[in-house]
Design a protein. Sequence first.
Lengths: 515, 344
Amino acid sequence: MDAPDEFALDMTGVSKRFGQTLVLDNVDFRVRRGTIHGLVGHNGAGKSTLMKIALGGVAPTKGTVRVGETQLTYSRPAEARSAGVGMVLQELSLIPTLSVVDNIFLNAEKRSPLGTISARAQRREARALLRNLGITGINPSRPVGELGVAELQMIEIAKAARLSSRLLILDEPTGPLARAEVGRLFELIRRTAALGLGVVFITHHLREVFEICDEVTVLRDGRTVLHEATAETDVGAVVRALVGRELAAAEAEQTPRPPSDAQPLLEVRGLTVKGKLDDVAFRLLPGQIVGVAGLAGSGRTVLLKTLFGDIRPERGEMRLEGRRYRPRSPADAIAKGVFLVPEDRRVHGLVPIHSVEQNVVLSILRRLKRLLLYRPRAARRLVRRMVETLGIRLANLRQPVPELSGGNQQKVVFSKALLSEPDLFLLDEPTFGIDVHTAADIVRLIRAEVEGGKAALWVTSDLPELLNVADEILVLADGTIKDVVPRGAPGFSEEALLHAIQRSETVGVGEAAAP
Amino acid sequence: MAVARAEKPDEPGAVAAAPAGELREWLRDTAIRTYRGENAGILIAAMVVIIGIFAILLRHTAFLSVDNFLGIVRQTAVISIMAIATVFVISAGEIDLSIAAVIPLAGYWAGLLMPRYGMAFGVFVALAFGAGVGLVNGLITVLLRVPSFVVTLGTMGLLQGLAMVPTNSQAIVVDHPTFDSWFGGGDVGPVPGLAIWTLAATLVGYLVLAWTPAGKAVLATGANPNAARFSGIRTNLVKVSVMMASGTAGALGGLLYVGQYQGARYDLGSSDLLTVIAAAIIGGTALTGGKGSVIGAVVGSLLLGAVNNGLIIEGLNVPEQLMFRGGIIIAAVVLSARAARRRT
């Protein structure tokens, strides 16, 4: 029998129901002390709910959770934390103006008998902590704001490791890092585990799982579909578990292929943005939806923003309908018939404190002018038409946009795009965070637009969606296009794409292509 | 806090109001367009209450006379004009602390150039100087990405110092009858010229902010510069433009002071800055950008002017005026914040 103390985290038979939906269904998840356990699953598979339960923030509907020897009762919020669980989130929580030491001890300061902060003791302990974790070359007195992303991430982990005696949860810790930096981070994670902590490593990068984790668990639709020691399984098995049902290699409906001699609507050659995109080349024919498959940080958003004039490329040539295209600003790109539906609609898509009407007309203010004056009635007509065409559900046009549901907010963003009448739609996660019906509406809408000779570049992490809409998929990883997969080709499947989008040094595309 | 509020679902009350008649819809839209600030009702109520209190307290005095009212308009004209420009600047998400510091230098340009080169040239140079200050403020803000608060804090000091140079801190006399009667001194029938300047500025400001695409671009830029930019609005151009408008308004203010006093001095308008910002804020312009009302700012300016005037008639003086003004600003902002919270 296992010693009671063998597991840093022991979740048995955990289920969680939110209203009608069963988010977790009888999940067992155990993390041994001193080991690293990879947790993998699509968005919505239940990973974050499971981790919230481990952190004590959400109580399970059924099942038991033990941290070391403590069984969580979910009676007070800090329970799991005092039992020794800590988490490092994707967004960093460090304060740039404070030193490394001050950040590590923020809100947990060491005090002298007089109640003042004992700077010397803190510095000593911080040095020891960094040394134990093998973090070298960082002066603990330096302000955190002067450090690089990788160093920030390491300090973040050190800070969490100091406070967690049992379990440390890392959510996509390598996301913002360059490949060289990942190695350093892994070394740190290994040392952290070696201190006797259990580590949960959440990631979409499957290669990393096999590089650093001792065990791997795959969640799908709230169930554990795979749990193995990494030594006894491989990337292929994990991908199959992730995908589940045998997705027929996209025999989906045949979209009429445009004649291959058509002039490309967009042609990109040698596009390079320092450190983000490297020598990207592709073409987009009228009538085509081209998908971009890539993980966050692969350069997919940078690519769209470059095409939209928000980022200046270092090198490379872009041609729009045969003419040289070098947008100086988003305004310039829009004037030339390109429109970006941005990934984060609250930050780049909408003006939250303004009404639906004011938001919709933003992209065509210039057109709504007669003798310098705004034409409220013409504007109102256009907005009404958009609301009807897209089926935006709202009380009235003066309603502030935050009152609408996520899907309807996204339709407001699409109204702006449609009104500007672009030839090329750049879509960054266009269906993220919205309900399936609205997502289907948006797919239909873009299909209809494209059929009239326009084109769309469609970026999403949702591979089934991509396989559904795209005529051709660009595989983007590490800022370069690894492959171009036309519909019907052997690589046009979720499984193959999942392999292909991993960072380089991973399974070769050819190897992954045959399901 | 703000995010949590934003998540709230549709209000049933708003749904019921939807099928209003065409005319009602139009009236309501027009009302909303006319007054784009935060707290129309409160501002008007405050105006009525305060003037009512003074009217009762001062019923045996000239407070309620037409002459006194025109006097208030005359005294507040420069504040009103600068407050209108400030509405644009704050609505675009920036601030111009140097607006009132343009006043004395604009006055000197006009006063020193007019005797030799004529009125038109003097006026032109003064206004161009103001616009130039705004251009510099705007370009530094936009190109070097320095907050406009800091940039204009710097130019404010610079201009205040510069204002002492040309005449070695001495006042100059500007004896130019045509200029004096155009800029501040003259009347049109019973109406003071300054009231007409105020009215004209209000009209222009109101039309631009509420009825032109440019005004919408200003509001969108202040509310969310990222989304505005991604919608094709040239946000840098918007910011530089509002700063230029602000500098020009400061210069116009300078001309109007010179016309009134028939002279210029380095400390002209030196206490105006905070009154200008206060008027804009009392008028419902959100300090966070994206919401502003030109008419509100003018009403706010008149309100502050009326309070001062009433207190003076009552026999109170500068200390009471200052305290009263402080109280009004706090009350206006508190009430408008509450109203905003109730609405959503």
